[in-house]
Design a protein around this ligand. Structure first.
Ligand SMILES: Cc1cc2nc3c(=O)[nH]c(=O)nc-3n(C[C@H](O)[C@H](O)[C@H](O)COP(=O)(O)OP(=O)(O)OC[C@H]3O[C@@H](n4cnc5c(N)ncnc54)[C@H](O)[C@@H]3O)c2cc1C
Length: 480
C-alpha cells in the first residue's frame, strides 16, 4: 500500500484466526481485499517458540498486559501477521454442540446451524493438517496422562494444527498458523497484505464508515477508503477500535475469558520439554474445569515459582526435572474493555465471581493431586505463601491457604466483547457479524463468541469467521 491514500472494496483489520480466514474467503470470492496488520511478518523458525525474543516481536506489549480486578488477570495477545495463531500452542478443539445450541437460543442467532459449522471445521482440519502427534508423548505430557489414569479421570490427547514430516519426527513439525495457510491463500487470490500498519480509528458518516485512519510502524499516517470494513483485531482490540471510532452499543461490555492458575511440579526424572507444550488435557470436570501443560522454558519455570520465591527458589537448580501445568476454568464472571481518549491502549477489567474463585481453589488442589499420582516429588502452587505439596495431606493446606487474590491468574483465551445475534441489549453485532447501528462495519473474530466456549477457542473463531465471510461474499455476488 502506498503511503498516500489507498482504497479497497473490503478492508480487513487484523490477520489472526478471524482476519486471515475472512481475507482468504473474500479474496477467493473475487472481492478486492486489503488486509492491514499492526504487527510485523515474522517467519516461523526465525524466533525460538516461547522465548523472550518471541514475546518482544510477536506479543502485544511484550506479553505484559493485564485485566484489572481482584485478582487482576494477566493476559496475552498476538501482535504480528497471523495474530495469536503464530504464538499459540496449536491445540485444536471443535466447539461443543451443546454450547452452539445454547448460543443460538440465548442470543437469537439466525441460521446458526451446528452442521454447517462442523462442515466448515472439516475443511479447516484438512487445511491445517489437524492431527495427533506421531510417536511417544513428551515426558511432560505423559505426566498428565499417567496422573489422570491412576485417578480414573478422563483425559485425552488434543489434536494440533501441525504438519509432521513423513518420518514422523515431531521435533521437525511445522505449525500450521495463518502465515503458512490462510494468509498465503488470500494473497494467491489477489488480497494485498500490509503489515506494520495500525488502524487508529474508522471515520463514520452516520451509520456508514468511509475510511480508516492508519499509522505505519515508521510513524507515517494515511487513510484507506473502503466499501466494507471487517474488524478482526481480537476480543480486546476490536471493541477498542469501534469505541475509538465513536460506535456505541453493546461493545466491549461482556469480555469472557478462561482464567487459569498454575503450579510447577518436580519429578525424579527429567520431564521438561523446553521447545514444546504438553498435548494431553484432563477433562474429567470439563467444561467447568480442565487441566493441561504450559510452556516450561527455564524463565517460565522461574515465573511459576516466583509467587513464593523465598521458599521455592532452590528448586530452580532442578528446572529440567520441573514442568509447569495449569487448571483452567469456565468463568461465570465478565469483564470490560474501555478505550480512553488520548490513551493508546484500552483499559481492561475483569471480575471473577465467588464460584469462579472457589473453582480456582479446588482446581489447583485437584491438579496438584494429578501431579502426586503421576509421581511428583514436590509441587509448587503459584500463589503467595503457598505451601510445598509433597503428599495428599498437604493438599488440605493448599486449599486452606489459597486465596484467589494472591494467585497468579492468567488467560490466553479472550472472547465475547461484541457478541453476535439478534437478542436486544446483549449483542453487539448481527447474526452474521455486522455491527448494530452501522451499514458496513463487520466484526469477524473472537469478539463474536457469545460466551467463552469452554474449550480452546481458535477452532470456533475460525468456523464462525468462515461462515460469516461466505455469507457476506454470497450477498455481494447476489447483488452483482
Ligand atoms: C499464548 C497463546 C496460546 C494460545 N493457545 C491456544 C491453543 O492452543 N488453542 C486455541 O484454540 N487457542 C489458543 N489461543 C487463543 C487463540 O490464539 C485465539 O483465540 C485466536 O487467535 C483469536 O483470533 P482473533 O482473530 O480473534 O485474534 P488474533 O488472532 O489475536 O488476531 C488479531 C490481530 O489483529 C491485529 N490488530 C489488532 N488491532 C489492530 C489494529 N487496530 N490495526 C491493525 N491490526 C490490528 C493484532 O496485531 C493481531 O495480529 C492462544 C492464544 C495465546 C495468546
Amino acid at each position: 500500500m502506498s503511503r498516500s491514500d489507498a482504497h479497497a472494496q473490503v478492508l480487513v483489520i487484523g490477520s489472526g484466526a478471524g482476519g486471515a480466514t475472512t481475507a482468504a474467503v473474500l479474496a477467493e470470492a473475487g472481492l478486492d481485499v486489503l488486509v492491514v496488520e499492526e504487527g510485523g511478518w515474522v517467519e516461523q523458525g526465525s524466533v525460538v517458540p516461547f522465548s523472550l525474543e518471541q514475546m518482544d516481536r510477536q506479543y502485544r506489549a511484550g506479553g505484559v498486559t493485564v485485566a484489572l480486578g481482584l485478582p487482576s488477570i494477566a493476559y496475552t495477545e498476538g501482535r504480528c501477521a497471523g495474530g495469536g495463531t503464530e504464538i499459540n500452542s496449536g491445540l485444536y478443539r471443535r466447539p461443543p454442540a451443546d454450547v452452539l445450541a445454547r448460543w443460538a437460543v440465548d442470543y437469537r442467532i439466525r441460521d446458526f446451524d451446528p452442521d454447517e459449522l462442523f462442515a466448515i471445521a472439516d475443511e479447516v482440519e484438512r487445511d491445517l493438517s489437524v492431527g495427533l502427534r506421531p510417536g511417544a508423548a513428551t515426558p511432560a505430557s505423559e505426566v498428565l496422562r499417567r496422573g489422570a489414569d491412576r485417578l480414573g479421570w478422563q483425559n485425552d490427547e488434543i489434536p494440533r494444527w501441525m504438519a509432521y514430516p513423513p518420518d514422523g519426527n515431531a521435533s521437525q513439525a511445522h505449525r500450521q498458523s495463518m502465515t503458512r495457510t490462510y494468509l498465503p491463500r488470500a494473497e494467491r487470490a489477489g488480497a494485498r497484505i500490509e503489515v506494520g500498519c495500525r488502524v487508529d480509528r474508522l471515520e463514520l458518516d452516520g451509520p456508514r464508515a468511509r475510511a480508516a485512519h492508519v499509522t505505519h510502524a515508521d510513524g507515517r499516517r494515511n487513510t484507506v477508503r473502503f466499501g466494507d470494513a471487517f474488524v478482526c483485531g481480537g476480543a480486546i482490540q476490536s471493541p477498542a477500535l469501534l469505541q475509538r471510532s465513536g460506535i456505541r452499543g453493546h461493545i466491549g461490555k461482556t469480555l469472557a475469558v478462561h482464567p487459569t492458575v498454575k503450579l510447577a511440579a518436580r519429578f525424579a526424572d527429567v520431564v521438561n520439554t523446553v521447545d514444546d507444550v504438553p498435548v494431553h488435557q484432563v477433562t474429567e470436570f470439563a467444561p467447568d474445569l480442565s487441566f493441561g501443560g504450559s510452556a516450561s522454558q527455564p524463565g517460565l519455570v522461574a515465573l511459576a515459582l516466583s509467587d513464593h520465591w523465598a521458599a521455592f527458589h532452590t528448586a530452580m537448580t532442578d528446572w529440567q526435572r520441573i514442568s509447569v501445568y495449569y487448571a483452567a476454568i469456565t468463568s461465570e464472571g465478565r469483564g470490560a474493555v474501555r478505550s480512553v481518549r488520548g490513551v493508546r491502549d484500552p483499559i481492561v477489567t475483569y471480575r471473577l465471581t465467588r464460584r469462579d474463585r472457589e473453582l480456582l481453589r479446588s482446581g489447583l488442589a485437584r491438579l496438584a493431586l494429578v501431579m502426586l499420582e503421576a509421581g511428583a516429588e514436590e509441587v509448587y502452587p503459584s500463589f503467595r505463601d503457598a505451601p510445598v505439596v509433597r503428599n495428599r495431606a498437604d493438599l488440605a493446606r493448599l486449599q486452606d491457604r489459597f486465596v484467589a487474590g494472591r494467585a497468579s491468574v492468567m488467560t490466553v483465551h479472550l472472547c465475547s466483547t461484541v457478541p453476535l445475534g439478534e437478542a436486544e441489549g446483549i449483542t453487539g453485532a448481527s447474526s452474521y457479524g455486522k455491527v448494530h447501528g452501522t451499514d458496513n462495519v463487520w466484526v469477524n473474530d473472537a469478539s463474536l463468541l457469545p460466551t467463552a466456549p469452554g474449550v480452546n477457542p481458535q477452532a470456533t473463531v475460525m468456523a464462525i469467521a468462515i461462515r460469516n465471510a461466505r455469507r457476506f461474499a454470497a450477498s455481494r455476488s447476489a447483488r452483482g
